[in-house]
Write a protein that binds this ligand. Sequence first.
Ligand code: AMP
Length: 111
Amino acid sequence: MTIFEKIIARQIPAEIVLENEKVLAFRDVNPQAPVHVLIVPKRVIPRLADASPNDRELLGELLLAAGEVAKKFGLKTGFRVVINSGPDAGESVPHLHVHLLGQRQMSWPPG
Ligand code: AMP
């Protein structure tokens, strides 16, 4: 069981900011911006590289939820959405998650 499954099962605490039937969103424990929220599917897909056409709807739900969270936090001037897939990207939890970062100026390229 990944740490995110434990959060979904309420076995470990998290600051939940949005929940629906398909996804859960909670604050990142090690925030990289004033707003840093993770949006995770309740059904585990390990990483984007493992997603298949069967996951089409769930992938859409994740991005829609990210937009909803951005609205909830009033991120009117912009925000960034990141998905780390695999070791080169720095993925550390093998449970697909969308990072939503906001309330500070972002730079490009990312590190
Ligand atoms: P990634 O490196 O893309 O796999 O992102 C994993 C993220 O999960 C990191 O930003 C961590 O800070 C975050 N994280 C790990 N454990 C927890 C937790 N218990 N609650 C909230 N966020 C967590």
